[in-house]
Design a protein around this ligand. Structure first.
Ligand code: FDA
Length: 307
């Protein structure tokens, strides 16, 4: 009931101003956002590496409105990659990018986003790491998959995300489950209409299992993005049945969510990657985290009221 309202609020400028200015917001945001700058996120990456975890880094800021902002987004990732190189952390950290931040929704956005993301993918490859294209709302996906295909001609290790709640995704998974591909499967975090997406969580979960099976039985590299204990154990079972070794797939979870589980899976010998978001423009990312778990909203409301 609450999730669609929160997701609608994530698109509202008025709510953005209210939430950003509310006392107590920062305390809750800090649970999900690892810092505001590269300097603040570096210790988080080092700490993860010391614990046997890997990371994928997301510079938050999807709601851009100008070409200059899209260039600034590109430059923020290039700065991050420069720092990873200096610190020798290239093999422990990947990047996740939202093409909207690279200008996809602006005029000639497809070309602009491709032109902005290419140097980031190139710089990542030069330090031995890679980039995954996040999946945003369903209207953006044809463009995202086309950019993914284009990038893979030169950088075949470039990953992409698919969302189990969309009807189209099983077909996308079949197309993508080929040698050399890196595909992250997630449930899906946007407000989508009934024409394109399951509205019932149980249907999404069943689709998630079908899609994992396609990925595990295929010849690409599956990245299981979920905190759901049931899906994690089904993933382990499917991997065993498909004869995959522990380094032939990985688990991914979000920074600040089920941190004990990150450590448990890493201790079992799994590759565990923590999706670590940082930056100042955290509103859209934060609101999706609230929508995923209504208890977060109560915690948020309490922290505003007690300030
Ligand atoms: P589910 O929502 O059922 O949660 C299972 C359990 O995990 C909950 O019971 C709770 O304990 C815990 N949990 C989950 N979310 C929580 C939260 N916000 N706060 C506190 N506890 C929480 N989506 C998308 O559309 N495009 C994308 O590119 C990505 N990228 C991405 C990367 C990675 C690494 C992950 C893990 C997730 C994404 N997502 C995403 C988000 C994804 O679509 C989905 O919304 C969340 O992962 C929540 O779904 P779960 O699979 O965790 O299950």
């Amino acid at each position: 009931m609450l999730a669609p309202l929160i997701l609608a609020a994530s698109r509202s400028d008025k709510m953005r101003s209210f939430v950003s200015a509310a006392p107590g917001t920062k305390q809750v945001v800090d649970r999900f956002i690892a810092g505001e700058s590269v300097d603040q996120v570096v210790p988080v990456i080092e700490d993860a590496a010391a614990k046997g975890l890997e990371v994928t880094l997301d510079v938050v800021g999807e709601d851009i409105t100008t070409v200059e902002q899209s260039h600034a987004a590109r430059d923020a990732y290039l700065e991050l990659i420069g720092r990873l190189k200096e610190l020798g952390l290239g093999t422990k950290a990947e990047m996740s990018v939202k093409l909207s931040m690279f200008g996809q929704a602006l005029a000639d956005g497809h070309e602009l986003a491709l032109a902005n993301v290419r140097p980031v993918v190139e710089a990542a490859a030069a330090i031995g790491t890679t980039v995954t294209l996040d999946a945003e709302d369903h209207t953006t996906l044809d463009s995202m998959f086309a950019i993914h295909e284009e990038l893979r001609k030169d950088f075949p290790q470039t990953g992409c995300v698919i969302q189990a709640y969309l009807f189209r995704t099983e077909a996308d998974a079949r197309r993508l489950a080929a040698a050399g591909s890196r595909v992250r499967i997630v449930k899906g975090a946007y407000k989508e209409p009934a024409e394109v997406a399951y509205q019932d969580k149980a249907e999404t979960d069943k689709a998630y299992v079908r899609i994992m099976r396609i990925l595990m039985e295929g010849s690409g590299y599956p990245m299981i993005g979920s905190h759901d204990p049931r899906l994690i154990s089904i993933a382990q079972e499917l991997a065993r049945t498909a004869g995959r070794k522990l380094d032939e797939y990985e688990f991914q979870m979000l920074y600040g969510i089920r941190s004990d589980e990150h450590l448990r899976l890493a201790a079992e010998g799994h590759r565990m990657r923590v999706y670590t978001a940082y930056g100042t423009d955290w509103y859209g990312y934060f609101m999706r985290r609230l929508a995923e778990k209504p208890a977060n909203l109560l915690f948020f409301a309490r922290s505003i009221l007690t300030k």
